[in-house]
Ligand binder design. Structure first.
Ligand code: B12
Length: 448
């Protein structure tokens, strides 16, 4: 039997039901830290230590290296990374069998090797943060006039027409959530998974029809625009109004620091916003959208009927609506609300392929790995008004939600920050005035 509970309550619940093992699933970086904490709590509590209760770890942001290096050392009982939920049956069977000791010895030895390899990994050659800044993308601000949005401040979009959103859906990640990894629509005729994918797609379409016609889910969103300029090379100051005298929020950036070859630059998102000292008046957009309002009631109905398949289907479709809604509003931003490409008419495939001008980086993505800024964004945008909130671990609720920034510059591109050096961490600590340990915690994904 399996019981799902939030991370903070899991150990209490495990004791209550006399669980044989504990499993944790992590979607975004802050949950990794939560996992290390749960492991240390299991170590502190003799109930788990004495029974040698195993801790299983999985989810999009987890890995064997992370489990071996960051989680396992916190608990002397078994800690096992499971890359795919379908393998948890095999793992659980091994743990409960007579061969459990041999199995656990094998895992412990393997993790020791993983830790050794990690410790011996050659560091990639890095520039100093000053050198990296000197190699930023060249943008000719003197000859560029940033487009001005149609309004300054926030605008809400409540009960958005789901039919409109359906035109902007990207189905590839839908199949990913069922463990089928190939591009849509080619996946439907794939030799190996085509049949299974076609069946899932038909069932997904059928439930989506019920969602839309039965108004099971509500899509709410916020779009906001503000005057903005970059400062300290890597940060973006966001101002209340055109006087640019009151800073509402400073979005701290992280810069690529690994050595690049062949004229490739070292990017930071702040590069795409005009520097304050250039005197150029630039702007930035922000958004928060959800496609998951009202999901609990339908989820519960399926759950009560023991229909796990429909629960997963419903969540996967709500995720598609959230991303589709983000895409819908972004298209409106480019054509109308910011209006810097008023006659854009890209087909959906070109939009999925990101062929439009500008980007919408979301906190947590590889170009801006820190999730922290979501707290200030949520306050500034007053996301509570549209039924969105943040958990202590920076996850958005409802789960099917996305938030981010809009950058309009034609040279703005997505990129992966990659690893950063101790000098950039020190500089970040200085710029933010935050504690170094705290900075190391929230930037853990880009530190070695
Ligand atoms: C679908 C998805 C979403 C959906 C759904 C999110 C949700 N419902 O919680 C939407 C579109 C809403 C979304 C939003 C966001 N996302 Co997202 N998302 C994804 C995506 C594309 C797939 C994740 C997924 O569902 N996979 C399918 C499931 C079934 O796979 P899985 O989680 O890995 O689980 C499998 C195994 O790991 C294992 N497993 C999992 N858990 C467990 C537990 C145990 C005990 C065991 C044994 C096994 C096991 O079994 C599963 C089946 O095989 C990933 C990218 C990727 N390719 O992984 C990004 C990704 C997870 N998202 C990311 C981010 C940053 C976000 C946002 C923060 C962006 C933003 N600012 O808006 C938000 C956060 C949403 C929130 N509620 O807080 C980042 C996370 C990076 C990070 N280091 O933090 C990723 C990795 C994308 C990226 N490359 O940057 N996202």
């Amino acid at each position: 039997m399996g019981v799902m509970v939030p991370c903070a309550k899991i150990l209490e619940k495990a004791k209550e039901i006399g669980a044989d093992m504990v499993g944790l699933s992590g979607l975004i970086t802050p949950s990794l830290e939560e996992m290390a904490y749960v492991a240390s709590e299991m170590q502190r509590d003799p109930y788990f230590r004495e029974r040698n209760i195993p801790l299983l770890v999985g989810g999009a942001t987890t890995s064997k290296v992370h489990t071996a290096v960051k989680i396992a050392p916190n608990y002397e009982g078994p800690v096992i990374y499971v890359p795919d939920a379908s393998r948890s049956v095999g793992v659980a069977t091994s743990l409960m069998s007579d061969q459990a000791d041999a199995y656990l010895k094998g895992v412990a030895d393997e993790y020791e090797r993983v830790r050794e390899r990690h410790a011996n990994r050659q560091a990639v050659p890095m520039l100093t943060i000053e050198e990296a800044r000197a190699n930023k993308p060249a943008i000719d601000w003197a000859n560029y006039a940033p487009p001005r949005p149609k309004f300054i401040g926030r605008r809400t979009f409540k009960h958005y027409d789901l039919h409109e959103i359906l035109k902007f859906l990207d189905w590839t990640p839908f199949f990913q959530s069922w463990g089928l990894m190939a591009q849509f629509p080619a996946i439907l005729t794939d030799e190996v998974v085509g049949e299974e994918a076609s069946k899932l797609y038909a069932e997904g379409q059928a439930m989506m029809k019920r969602i839309v016609e039965g108004r099971w889910l509500t899509a709410n969103g916020i779009v906001a625009f503000y005057p903005a300029n970059s400062v300290n090379d890597d940060d973006i100051e966001i101002y209340r109004d055109e006087t640019r005298s009151e800073v509402l929020l400073t979005w701290r950036g992280v810069r690529q620091q690994t050595q690049k070859r062949g004229g490739v630059d070292n990017k930071c998102l702040a590069d795409f916003i005009a520097p304050k000292d250039s005197g150029v008046t630039d702007y930035i957009g922000m958004f928060a959208v959800t496609g998951g309002i009202g999901i609990e009631q339908h989820e519960k109905q399926f759950q009560d009927a023991g229909d796990d398949y429909s629960v997963i289907m419903l969540k996967a479709l709500a995720d598609r609506l959230a991303e589709g809604f983000a895409e819908t509003l972004h298209a409106r931003v480019r054509r109308d609300l910011w209006g810097y490409v008023p006659d854009e008419s890209l087909p959906n495939e070109a939009i999925i392929d990101e062929q439009y001008q500008g980007i919408r980086p979301a906190p947590g993505y590889p170009a801006c790995p820190e999730h922290l800024v979501k707290r200030e964004m949520f306050d500034l945008l007053d996301c509570a008004e549209i039924g969105m909130r943040l958990t202590e671990g920076f996850a958005m609720m409802p789960a099917s939600s996305v938030c981010g920034f809009y950058l309009s510059h034609p040279q703005a591109k997505y990129f992966n920050v990659g690893n950063i050096g101790a000098d950039q961490v020190a500089d970040y600590v200085r710029r933010t005035g935050r504690d170094e340990d705290d900075v190391r915690r929230t930037l853990a994904s880009v530190l070695r």
